[in-house]
Design a protein around this ligand. Structure first.
Ligand SMILES: Nc1nc2c(c(=O)[nH]1)N[C@H]1C(S)=C(S)[C@@H](COP(=O)(O)O)O[C@H]1N2
Ligand SMILES: [Mo]
Length: 326
């Protein structure tokens, strides 16, 4: 496949997008998505959806608008522009550069999509993603995002509190952790043909972390369904932890008694721990975590303890040595 890969010097990281421009762009994108999904619906009504829509139109129709309510805890920092959020990605299943996923994930089909719930819970089984997530209860939550590589963004996610889903699944009292798994399908995720990580990508949280009101299962960004490169149709967002905890395109959720393995920890245990809390005082073995580069800004910022969410989450770790449990 021939793909156009942007060179890093093409990225407009240093261009400050004027607020009004990005609002206008956002309106345009929403209208575009709405009319496209309208076309898709009339196609389905005629029973010929698959044949009349070109592949790119189908892919874009998947970014249907989502109705959301505002959540009171959003940061008032300026959201990173839609363009950067959806073109500067980490998603190794679709390539290891920042630029590859948006091209390699184009046309990745995320409907229908099921999520298996397993392990120590009452309500195990296989659920359609839209039975797990109630479309009428979606919130827009604007969170800071801090990658372990030291870049950061501000992202207007759409989703539901992970805690609400977990309560419905009714974990047993013996469950102490919850584990997540990404789809394994090398034909659809070509990056899985190379052993850059052990596939499928796996992640996990301690159950009390998962129950923290900030932990989010996201299905959208900027008021529309997630594009595939951002982890469609459902991904985890844990804003006080490094971005790699935010596992994408989830197909399995499992409750367990013991700490589950996690992909980056398997790959380099001395560099990436299970907890991965954002901490400016604990360096990665190969670089400092004290500062970060906010996409769209020129000067580096100070990184904040727990990515600025200490009031909400510090109590989860009050008895822990954060250098040992990094
Ligand atoms: N399955 C899977 N999930 C993943 C990754 C990945 O490579 N595979 N990358 C992680 C990393 S390192 C980051 S920073 C975020 C990036 O999310 P974004 O591309 O939506 O900004 O996704 C995380 N989730
Ligand atoms: Mo990351």
């Amino acid at each position: 496949m021939l793909i156009k890969i942007k060179k890093s010097y093409d990225l407009s990281e240093n261009d400050v997008t004027p607020e009004q421009l990005f609002r206008a762009r956002r309106r345009f994108l929403n209208i575009g998505a709405a009319s496209l999904s309208g076309a898709a619906l009339s196609g389905i009504a005629g029973g010929i959806a698959g044949s009349i829509l070109s592949a790119p139109a189908r892919a874009r129709a998947a970014g249907a608008p989502l109705a959301t309510s505002k959540w009171s805890g959003s940061t008032d920092e300026a959201p990173t522009d839609f363009e950067s959020i959806t073109t500067y990605n980490n998603f190794y299943e679709f390539g290891t550069s920042k630029e590859a996923p948006r091209f390699n994930a184009e046309g990745f089909v995320t409907s229908p999509w099921t999520v298996e719930v397993a392990g120590l819970a009452k309500n195990t089984g296989t659920f359609d993603v839209w039975d797990l997530i109630d479309r009428n209860k979606l919130e827009e939550r604007i969170y800071r995002h801090r990658c372990v590589e030291t870049w950061s963004m501000v992202v207007p996610w759409v989703g539901v509190a992970l805690a609400d889903i977990i309560k419905r699944l009714e974990p047993q009292s013996s469950a102490k952790y919850v584990a997540f798994q990404t789809l394994f399908d090398p034909e659809r995720m070509p990056g899985q043909k190379r052993a850059v990580l052990q596939w499928p990508y796996v992640e996990g949280l301690r159950l009390d972390e998962a129950m923290n009101p900030l932990a989010l299962l996201a299905v959208g960004v900027y008021g529309q369904e997630l594009p595939p490169q951002n982890g469609a149709p459902i991904r985890l967002v844990v804003p006080w932890k490094y971005g790699f905890k935010g596992i994408k395109s989830i197909v399995k959720i499992e409750f367990s008694e013991n700490e589950p393995p996690t992909s980056w920890n398997i790959s380099a245990p001395n560099e990436y721990g299970f907890y991965a809390n954002v901490n400016p005082n604990v360096s990665h073995p190969r670089w400092s975590q004290a500062k970060e580069r906010r996409i769209g800004e020129f000067l580096r910022r100070e990184t904040l303890m727990f990515n600025g969410y200490a009031d909400e989450v510090a109590s989860l770790y009050s008895n822990m040595d954060l250098e040992k449990y990094f």
